[in-house]
Design a protein around this ligand. Structure first.
Ligand SMILES: *Cc1c(COP(=O)(O)O)cnc(C)c1O
Length: 381
């Protein structure tokens, strides 16, 4: 690729962070398992590698690719999405305050409540669809406003540009978890955020076979330097093989996202007109309350949706018990369609409606997915 030239996302997905190996001419990357690297005769490391926790060729390639896809200046990859979340909050000081969505990914809430609260970092969980509520939650100590849109499991969308402004007016940073949308459908840095976080476990990995996380920063500034310290000193780095697996999936990401969106739209439209379904949560439906905001800030509505069946928990469980193409499992973003009763996995404190099922719409034919739902829905009460 020509340095400085602006390429489209499909081209970046194939080429960014990839290079033909100078030693062998290999077109695809080798997996560099070596933990240690040879010094020069003068004691230096002119080839840039010293020890694999600090730098590894596979991780460097992945970080370059993710920075290019999100349009950021720098990126750091981690061993899981929550390791990336943890590294971000490790940059805060005791007394600092975080504003986060009330429907934040429950694992991120656990990091704040169970790991950082005891170090004196406080968090307010607010409804971010109400911008006044976000403004009122700010304190002089607020350092980060965390954004997650579309949200889990109700697919609520919040105004990224407006929330980033609310953060910046107060000297706080806006950081977006972009896992549900992927950089193909939504680019938070271009909408004003300072950092973007991903669980590469999901759409970026795309195959339900690798756990990973990453942060991309708009600027290579002191906040990114702190994050890099958390990565290098804390050591929550992904293995070379895990980096290689994510890199292997990135070239197909733009095309997979197109297909996920098209299938989810068809499934959502089918569910919406079904007598046993009371509500479908999918921003691609024109009468969804978040359709306008999603249309403004996303280029597609994504592969995630949820719906509520009449008859509550028993009815939802009966449906999930009778699917044959969908798999009953948590997680998302893989080629296979998954269905999950969220209230069960979230536990007794969950506020998720008992009749709700969350679906990660995969890359099967949408008609087969709909047929599977038609027969499973006959088991609802
Ligand atoms: C899965 C997920 C995470 C956490 O990623 P892990 O790789 O499971 O640690 C964070 N945010 C969202 C939105 C997710 O879906």
């Amino acid at each position: 690729m020509k340095p400085g030239k602006q390429y489209k996302i499909e081209t970046l997905a194939v080429h960014a962070g990839h290079s033909v190996d100078v030693g062998t001419g290999a077109v695809t990357e080798a997996i560099h398992l070596s933990t240690t690297f040879e010094r020069d005769a003068d004691g230096g490391y002119s080839r840039g590698f010293l020890y694999s926790r600090n730098h590894n060729p596979n991780r460097n390639g992945l970080e370059a690719a993710l920075a290019a896809l999100e349009g950021g200046a720098a990126s750091a990859a981690f061993g899981s999405g929550l390791a990336a979340v943890t590294a971000i909050f490790q940059g805060l000081m005791p007394g600092d305050h975080v504003i986060a969505p009330v429907d934040i990914y429950h694992g991120t809430a656990n990091v704040l409540k169970h790991l950082f609260a005891k170090w004196g970092i406080t968090a307010s969980f607010v409804d971010m669809t109400n911008l006044d509520g976000v403004r009122k939650a700010r304190t002089p100590q607020t350092k980060i406003i965390w954004i997650e849109t579309p949200s889990n499991p109700l697919l609520q969308c919040v105004d990224i540009t407006a929330i980033a402004e609310i953060a910046h007016q107060h000297g706080a940073r806006a950081i977006a978890d972009n896992t549900f949308a992927s950089p193909v459908l939504q680019q938070p840095l271009a909408l004003g955020c300072d950092m973007v976080m991903h669980a590469t476990t999901k759409y970026l990995g795309g195959r339900s076979d690798v756990l990973g996380g990453a942060v991309v920063s708009r600027l290579n500034d002191e906040h990114f330097a702190e994050l890099r310290c958390a990565q290098l000193f804390g050591g929550a780095v992904p293995s070379p093989f895990d980096c290689w697996l994510v890199m292997r999936s990135l070239p197909t990401l733009p095309y997979r996202m197109q297909a996920h969106c098209a299938n989810a739209q068809k499934v959502a439209e089918f569910l919406q007109q079904h007598a046993k379904v009371s509500v479908v949560h999918y921003p691609g439906l024109p009468d969804n309350p978040f359709h306008a905001i999603a249309s403004r800030q996303m280029s597609g509505f994504g592969g995630m949706l949820s719906f509520e069946v009449k008859g509550g928990k028993d009815s939802a469980m009966a449906l999930a018990a009778h699917v044959e193409i969908f798999t009953r499992a948590t997680s998302l973003g893989g080629v296979e369609s998954l269905i999950e009763h969220r209230a069960s996995i979230e536990g007794p404190t969950s506020k998720t409606p008992q009749g709700l099922l969350r679906v990660s719409v995969g890359l099967e034919n949408a008609d087969d997915l709909i047929d599977d739902l038609i027969s499973a829905l006959t088991h609802c009460s």
